[in-house]
Design a binder for this molecule. Structure first.
Ligand code: GTP
Ligand code: ZN
Length: 363
């Protein structure tokens, strides 16, 4: 045990650096690169990277590459060669689809085929987990450790980034307190904190559900626009209130409020997706154009919280079979699906139909 950061703590520092526009150093099998998130990059740092020499590469996901008609030779990602004179705006336009329709000609783009894309993959994973646009500028360097020390940069190993992603964070209960609510006076909020410095998640326990019997449960993903603002574009707000009301009426239940806004892409990216939806793309297409999967949520978190609270069998309030599969794969027995059909409006009918057609939601 040392005083300094552990592996996951270094990774979390790397994430925070990327959000600030500070480059990080990635190393793998003797190779090293400096990586910076395009969304947070400024012209001064871009100029500094150019002074260092070497071939600048823009890593984007295969989804974003498909939109840009760039060949993705690495399966899930593409490495776009950055022209010597490309200004910051060129990089921003490749990363951000906001102006794709207004200014469609961004190519032809040349992509790298040779060499390994491991460093680039780790850079994209970090950018995504920092809820930034999945686009990173990557510059190979000879001695990553020396560069990191000389410039005070965070250095992380690719294997550690991949392992941390595969394992997921452990969630620790921090505090719980009684909360009388409209739906029931017998409410209690539990706060769970992940050990990797990520965002907290909450469990709202209603009544005192016995641990040896199936509990009525809902895994609700945060939706600032729906839950708080009463957005008509989705059904989240009505689902949240209906779930609490049903638990209140039954006298027992547990609702997990998971801070995975926008199906895990964060509010800024969800608003980017909304703006694309105003340009005519559906909810799934919008995510893909941004470079994300349709759903970036990690449902292991919900399973871990339920297990930690002592629940093993659940009656799940959902229309999403993927949630049931993920819970079952993570040690919980879903004994029943309880449908949750509320809040359809003329604004969200197309959204709900798209989720049914493309993401397997049950109507
Ligand atoms: N990226 C993106 N996220 C959205 C959009 N509309 C709503 N969301 C998010 O989608 C999530 C919906 O979460 P849930 O209601 O828990 O999940 P669900 O997959 O619809 O499943 P059930 O409601 O359980 O049937 C929330 O995180 C919202 O913020 C959208 O157009 N794009
Ligand atoms: Zn919503």
């Amino acid at each position: 045990m040392t005083l300094g950061p552990s592996t996951v703590e270094w990774i979390n520092r790397a994430r925070a650096d990327l959000r600030m526009g500070v480059p990080v150093v990635l190393v793998q099998d003797g190779a090293a690169a400096i990586a910076v998130a395009v969304e947070a990059l400024d012209a001064a740092r871009l100029a500094q990277l150019r002074v260092m020499g070497g071939e600048l590469v823009l890593a984007i996901t295969a989804h974003r590459a498909a939109t840009l008609k760039a060949r993705a030779y690495d399966g899930d990602l593409a490495r776009v060669l950055v022209p010597q004179d490309a200004p910051l705006a060129w990089l921003r336009n490749l990363a951000d689809p906001a102006d794709d329709l207004a200014a469609p000609l961004k190519g032809p783009l040349r992509t790298q085929r040779e060499g390994d894309a491991g460093l680039h993959r780790a850079a994209l994973l970090l950018a995504k987990s920092a809820q930034l646009l999945p686009a990173a500028l990557v510059l190979p360097v000879a001695d990553g450790a020396a560069l990191a020390t000389a410039n005070g940069l965070t250095l992380v190993r690719v294997t550690d980034v991949l392992d941390a992603h595969d394992q997921g964070a452990a969630l620790l209960p921090v505090v719980s307190a009684r909360l009388p609510m409209e739906a029931t006076e017998a409410g209690r909020v539990h706060v769970f904190r992940p050990d990797d410095g990520g965002v907290e998640h909450y469990a709202i326990e209603i009544g005192q559900p016995p641990r040896d019997r199936p509990v009525l449960a809902r895994l609700h993903s945060a939706c600032f626009t729906g839950d708080v603002l009463g957005s008509l574009k989705c059904d989240c707000g009505p689902q949240l209130r209906a779930a609490l009301a049903q638990m209140g009426a039954e006298g027992a239940g547990v609702l997990l409020y998971l801070n995975q806004e926008g199906r895990g892409i964060g509010l800024a990216n969800k608003m980017r997706a909304y703006s694309l939806q105003d340009q005519g793309f559906d909810t799934v297409e919008a995510n893909h154009r941004l470079g994300f999967e349709d759903d970036e949520r990690d449902f292991r978190i919900g399973a871990a919280i339920l297990r930690r609270m002592g629940f093993t069998q659940i009656r799940l309030l959902t229309n999403n079979p993927a949630k049931m599969r993920m819970l079952a794969a993570n040690g919980l027995e879903v004994v029943e699906r309880v449908p949750l059909k509320v809040g359809e409006t003329r604004h969200n009918a197309h959204y709900l139909a798209t989720k049914a057609a493309k993401s397997g939601h049950l109507l």
